[in-house]
Design a protein around this ligand. Structure first.
Ligand code: 5RP
Length: 227
């Protein structure tokens, strides 16, 4: 089974958790897109809260009604992908650059279901570069402070400004992203707190104590981790 087939299977499995009338957080990325398409195919009567402009565009195309986060307030369940799934459903997210809106939506959700292909499961987080969203003003100064945080954690990490086709990537919020090739992150909670404390850092891609369930596509079917 290809990774894409595993992602599709996980997205379709997640639709079975959705009940008519629910307010559903719609994640970002290729796996989340499988879920959004499956919602439309199965004509599940829900209202969505999109975590990115790309997902909002897809939902509108598929005629899934959308709410702004401030209109929804409480979200029944959010279904989203991840770049890595580590111990205790700790995650790295933000490969698609939507980490800030994703975290805002996840934190308002009663249940957060992460969907992924099997390769995303790792024994320790950090092989995937950790995305860190920063405000554009003074970003090189913010970068130096971020590097100092990594140094304090004994991690010689020099994050790279995210570019696409040679141009600096701007998030949906107009911010920049630095990708930090950390290697093994031994203390994700400590690092998360320290990064968040840097002025100029808007958000980072460590999603800790947020996911309640993972649905992981494998060659043998979809594995459920958590509740
Ligand atoms: C976007 C994300 C995505 O969920 C993550 O990058 C996984 O993407 P994909 O499902 O395409 O592998 O966090 O910001």
């Amino acid at each position: 089974m290809s990774a894409e087939d595993q992602k599709r299977a996980a997205g379709e499995a997640a639709v079975r958790l959705i009940e008519p009338g629910m307010i559903v957080g719609l994640g970002t990325g290729s796996t989340a897109a499988h879920f959004v398409r499956a919602l439309a195919i199965h004509r599940v009567d829900v209202r969505g809260v999109a975590t990115s402009e790309a997902t909002a565009d897809l939902a509108r195309l598929l005629k899934i009604p959308l709410l702004e986060l401030d209109e929804a307030k409480d979200i029944d369940v959010t279904v989203d992908g991840a770049d890595e799934i580590g111990p205790g459903l700790s995650l790295i997210k933000g490969g698609g650059g939507a980490l800030l809106r994703e975290k805002l939506v996840w934190e308002c959700s009663r249940r957060c279901v992460v969907i992924a292909d099997a390769a995303k499961r790792v024994p320790v987080l950090g092989a995937f570069p950790l995305p860190i969203e920063v405000v554009a003003f003074g970003h090189a100064t913010t970068l130096r402070r971020i590097e100092a945080v990594f140094e304090r954690f004994g991690m010689p990490v020099f994050p790279h400004l995210r570019l696409r086709d040679g141009a600096v990537v701007r998030t949906d919020n107009g911010n920049l992203i630095y990708d930090a090739a950390c290697g093994a992150i031994e203390d994700p909670a400590g690092l998360a707190t320290a990064l968040k404390a840097v002025t100029g850092v808007v958000e980072h891609g460590l999603f800790l104590n947020l996911a309640t369930t993972a649905l992981v596509g494998t060659d043998g079917g979809v594995d459920t981790v958590g509740v």
